[in-house]
Design a protein around this ligand. Sequence first.
Ligand code: ADP
Ligand code: MG
Length: 256
Amino acid sequence: MRQSLDLSGIRKGFGPLQVLKDIDLSVQQGEFLSLVGMSGCGKSTLLRIIAGLEMPDAGAVRIGGRDVTAADPSDRDLAMVFQSYALYPHMTVRQNIATPLRMRRLPFSGRLPLIGRLAAPRAVLDEIAAEVATAADTLQITHLLDRKPAQLSGGQRQRVALARALVRQPAAFLMDEPLSNLDAKLRAHMRDELVALHRRLGATFVYVTHDQMEAMTMSDRIALMIDGRIEQLGTPEDLYRRPATLAVARFIGSPT
Ligand code: ADP
Ligand code: MG
């Protein structure tokens, strides 16, 4: 299922601090859209509001036209990939990737492990195993399935986190600086891989980064945020050649 993602009139403050100031944004289905801006401009807060991890003070979040502003994160059909990967350390890679599927299809297995295991129908387990295998193959981590997260490199952990997001077949992937913990060489490599993955899946990606080069090379469109507002929204070429303000030109590094 693929759908557009629409934000309208989003405001958010923490105490006296106004972090998001009337954000309107429509992300098209299948688009790679980057939210870019300096540290502290509100990118993560906006992504967390889309994911449902944070409630806006005003405004609406819609997915495929459905108002999900107050919906639980699990009811939004989105997958969030964090910079810290957030893998379960006690589980193998295989179990990490299978967890979203088990939670959805074997609803008791998380809370009551023994009963869940006893009651789990063979066909469902086989189906889950097959989907885990496909996701692992896509991210080229099949040889790592029996390892624990502590036995993986940063790049490998990142792939596991992506595979775990992939099995849910979400309407959109939300990524918050997913490459920032990697060294420069691996980061460049993973950049290419993410672009290739986006092409292959045809899914919507909303990608947060403070690195304007990363956004320029990966995105269909860029929303450049300054101080809680979207200063300019356009293709990388738009922002580079036709910066709307001096602040955009400075951030992007356009000739002025
Ligand atoms: P970015 O991801 O662009 O670096 P954030 O969205 O994380 O920016 O943060 C924007 C501003 O909101 C920062 O000044 C940050 O300190 C503040 N902020 C974010 N989350 C909270 C919170 N839970 N409580 C108080 N202030 C917060
Ligand atoms: Mg952030």
